[in-house]
Structure formats: C-alpha cells, structure tokens
Ligand binder design. Structure first.
Ligand SMILES: Cc1cc2nc3c(=O)[nH]c(=O)nc-3n(C[C@H](O)[C@H](O)[C@H](O)COP(=O)(O)O)c2cc1C
Length: 357
C-alpha cells in the first residue's frame, strides 16, 4: 500500500516522516532542507543554534536569535517549497524570544519538548505556524491539550509521542527506563490517540499523532501507522547521512558504536539522556566537570552544582570532538554501518514501509 501523506491543517507532507530536531547543531539547515525536499518534514534544532556566530561566547542570546534566523533562511533557500520546522526546548532561557523569531521567519512548524509548552499558542497568535508538543504519555497529551483549550481556545496541530528508545533527553525517569517492565511506544501512542478524541470532536479538527523513538526502518514505520499513528519522527537514522550538519567524527561515532555503547547519562536538563559511551561519559560518572563559562542556557541548571556544562559538551561533540563531547543517540545507533544520502534513506524507508503496509 502507498504511504499516506501527513496533513497538518493546510500543510501536506507527501511522506509522513518528520526528521526530529537534534541539538546542538546536529540538525541544521542542510539536513532539514534535504528531508523537506524529499517530501518529509525537516526540523532545525534551535538549541544554542548561534554556536557558530563570532559573538556566541560574549553575547549568547543575540547570537542564538541571529543564528536561528540565519539557519531558517538558509533552509528555506535550499527548500523553497518544503515543510520546515524548528525544535525549541521549553527549558531554554530565551524560549519566548526564540519562538517569536521563528514565527517572524514564517517557519511552518514549532515542536517543543523537555517540559510542557504552556504558552505556545499565545506566542504564535496571528501566524500560520503550526505547533506541536512532545509528550511521553496519554496523560501529558490530555493535560497540555486541556490547558491550551481552556486558556487559548486552541488545540495542538499535531502531537509528537516520544517513547523510551529515543535519543537526546528522555521523558522518563531512570527507574522507568531501567525497569524490567518495558515501556512500549505502541501502548503510549494508542493512549495518546484515545486521550485526544474528545478535543478532536469538540473542535471538529484532526490532531495528527506522530510516533517517535526507536523507529529504524520502514517496517517500524508501517507498524505505527497500522495502530493509528499519522506519521513518525526519526532522529538517529538521519545522523548517518551526508547532509546531517554534524562533523564526520560525530557520524563515525554512530557507525562505530556497539549495542553496549548506547547508554543513559544524567543531564543538567534534569531528565535522563541517551548517548554513546566515550571518555566524556566515563569522566562525568566519576566527577563533576567544573563550568568555565556559563551560557545561562537552561532554566533548571545551576552552574555551581551541575555535573557538567551541557552546552559545551554538545558543541564539542558536533564539532567532532568524539572523546570529550556528549554524543546523543537513540537506542539504534549501533545498527548503522554506513553514511548515505537523505535521498537514498528516504527512498529505502518508503519502499520498506509500503511493502509492509
Ligand atoms: C543527537 C540527537 C539530538 C537530539 N536533540 C533533541 C533536541 O534538541 N530536542 C528534542 O526535542 N529532541 C531531540 N532529540 C530527539 C529527536 O528529535 C527524536 O525525537 C528522537 O531521537 C527519535 O528517536 P530515534 O533517534 O530513535 O529515531 C535528539 C535526538 C538525537 C539522536
């Protein structure tokens, strides 16, 4: 069967695959535009996106706002007709200004996780930008939707359901992630679909549900579509592409990793993260790495007591310091053995999914 397209209001993605936002700098204009050009949705990560700006150290806030605008414009130039979004973590300090800048740049979609984006509808008012919270349970989906409904008379344009196998920060406690009782993404997706039903009826509006975390091939994509998801969000697979914005050493760390290297790490965000084992992870398990320069990036981080500076660790990684950087990845990174083009990857995923549907 042919893959269904993904409808988000008037936006139609030919292919129901969203490339997840990956910070810092892993998904920028190059990767996002390549995915958008293949009919999927390309997401630029907004976290510390100004890290290549000259004044990033001195003038962090302005550098990030400028970096975000530049990256959106570059992606739009490379994909004039594709669907482009940005991922902005609720936990960042300049969240509101970053959302406003993205809206002014006429971004199609804003995805927001690492906390509930309580005021997001207010910030996009009067624009065509669509908004999506990232949730990890039916309860959280109902909570944010009810809140938006009551406060703004608005419901999400789509909902990303991220399960325990995703890369980066995870919406589960370490205990939940290491418990012998496995948390199944399929079950959470079904729960979320159920929890959104009353709101869809009230507003006579569809809320597409997107499954994310551990989706590796077209067979996985078909599995989630069959249980009622409208699409998938994938991160890890897109790292091993030529177009991914990270340094080649970042991609090589994926290609060279083994299953046992994919591990949980603590993060100043206050949520567990998943990353590839290296010297950096060994270091933070034995000691706190003192913060030399605080970027004041995260609301929940205290520079004096944090185990390490996450901005520095992620920037080191994306620039190719595979030893002393934090290389976020999903559970499936070890399955990758080569770097391909986004075109090849999308073609393969579509072919496999259509065969399995
Ligand atoms: C390197 C990396 C960085 C990520 N950074 C972010 C981020 O900044 N914000 C976010 O909401 N999700 C982030 N994620 C999660 C992805 O957007 C995506 O939802 C998730 O990785 C999907 O699971 P998969 O990697 O198994 O496909 C990141 C994932 C990876 C692999």
């Amino acid at each position: 069967m042919k893959l269904p397209s993904l409808h988000i209001g008037e936006l139609i993605a030919k292919v129901p695959i969203i490339q997840g936002g990956m910070g810092v700098g892993v998904s920028g204009s190059s990767l996002a535009s390549a995915v958008a050009n293949e009919g999927g949705i390309g997401i630029i990560s907004g976290v510390q996106i100004g890290f290549r700006e000259e004044d990033f150290e001195k003038n962090n806030k302005d550098a990030n706002l400028r970096g975000l605008r530049k990256e959106i414009r570059k992606a739009r130039e490379l994909s004039p007709n594709g669907i482009l979004g940005v991922n902005l973590l609720v936990a960042i300090n300049n969240y509101k200004e970053m959302v406003k800048a993205a809206v002014e740049e006429k971004i199609n979609l804003i995805i927001s996780g690492a906390g509930l984006p309580k005021d997001l509808p207010e910030l996009i008012k009067g624009s065509n930008t669509k908004i999506a919270p990232v949730v990890s349970s039916g309860k959280a989906a109902a909570l944010i939707t009810k809140l938006w409904d009551r406060k703004f008379g608005y419901i999400p344009d789509l909902v990303i359901v991220e399960g325990p196998e995703a890369g980066g920060h995870l919406g589960f406690s370490k205990e939940e992630l290491t418990s012998s009782k496995k948390i199944e993404l399929t079950e959470i997706v079904k729960e979320v679909i159920e929890s959104l039903k009353p709101f869809k009826e009230k507003y006579k509006k569809d809320i597409p549900v997107i499954a994310a975390g551990g989706i590796f091939d077209g067979i996985d994509i078909a599995k989630y579509l069959k249980i009622g998801a409208n699409g998938v969000q994938m991160g890890t697979r897109f790292v091993a592409t030529h177009e991914c914005d990270a340094d080649i050493e970042y991609k090589n760390a994926y290609i060279n990793s083994k299953e046992e290297d994919i591990q949980l790490v603590k993060s100043p965000v206050g949520l567990p993260g998943r990353a590839i084992y290296n010297k950096f992870i060994e270091d933070i398990r034995t000691r706190n790495i003192p913060v030399e320069k605080c970027y004041n990036c995260l609301v929940p981080c205290d520079a004096k007591s944090t185990p390490y500076c996450i901005t520095k660790a992620l920037i080191e990684a994306v620039k190719g310091n595979a030893k002393d950087g934090l290389i976020f990845s999903g559970t499936n990174a070890y399955k990758l053995d080569k770097i391909v083009s986004v075109k090849e990857l999308m073609k393969e995923l579509i072919k496999e999914a259509e065969a399995a549907l």
